[in-house]
Design a protein around this ligand. Sequence first.
Ligand SMILES: C[S@@+](CC[C@H](N)C(=O)[O-])C[C@H]1O[C@@H](n2cnc3c(N)ncnc32)[C@H](O)[C@@H]1O
Length: 310
Amino acid sequence: MRVVSLFSGAGGLDLGFKMAGHEIVWADDLYEDAVETYRNNIGNHIVCRDIAEIKTEDIPECDIIIGGFPCQGFSVANMNRYVGDERNELYKQLLRVVGEKKPKFFMAENVKGIKNLDKGKIFEMILKDFAGIGYKVKHEVMNAADYGVPQTRQRVIIIGVREDVDFDYIFPVPTHDKEGRYDRNRWVSVGEAMSAIPNPDEPNDLPNHVYSKYKLQFNGYLGHRPLDPGKPAPTVTARGDNKGGVVILPHPNGQRRMSCREVAAVQSFPLDYEFAGNNSSVYRQIGNAVPPLLGFAIADVFNSYKGEMK
Ligand SMILES: C[S@@+](CC[C@H](N)C(=O)[O-])C[C@H]1O[C@@H](n2cnc3c(N)ncnc32)[C@H](O)[C@@H]1O
């Protein structure tokens, strides 16, 4: 498929689509460091601009539009409040571009919590809006650990198939299982993921293998809980704690925080995927990403579509 990618960030989702054999023809994000990361690893087809400033006719023809729109602008308190919030314009931007380009498919990713905002009314509205522009819409909460990512990250995936396109998107069957049941592999643990990575305090040539010196203190709060090396890691986040920095998981050895490289490995980025920017920016880009292996599982399903592509 020819893919257009919005809110592309450092390119985690796009890498998954590339791994599945699709061609990304155009991408956009306004975060300069993420765009540089994207250019260095995925390709030069990315534009660094606010999506609101981009005219649909400047976006090339494609078979699918993909993207995770930030959802902070939706109010949980009052349905009317989200209408005026500029951040929710980002969702409107995705709707605008899909509605005007009318690709065969679209795919949107978001946090699981979006389903509960305003007692589910906002999610209902999103599904209705896409149905209203001519798409059959399906959604599923997917756990990245079920697809070989060493992390129990849960995200809601929305898939739209244009009404006239004869294709039933079936969400991918998990390849991994918590207990290794149903002939599936056992979830990949964070200990296994870390075993391939040298100690950052010893000479090595891995990119971004530097870690935050922010003090480890196991007090039960986000980012301050010990990690069980025998299980997948909890969700890697780009959120800050109450002191403003990005929350960085401790290393399962309990001695320090994970390096950017190690957090990237927990997100299933390849070891040579190099991120641009200072450490906070890199941790943030990684926390924002869709794990490439999850992106691959979602993208690979489209290879069973036998109809014509552009
Ligand atoms: C959740 S991240 C996407 C991560 C990406 N899907 C990945 O897998 O790496 C959302 C992205 O939206 C971008 N963004 C926010 N507002 C934007 C705007 N107005 N125009 C373009 N990009 C925007 C942010 O910079 C951020 O990189």
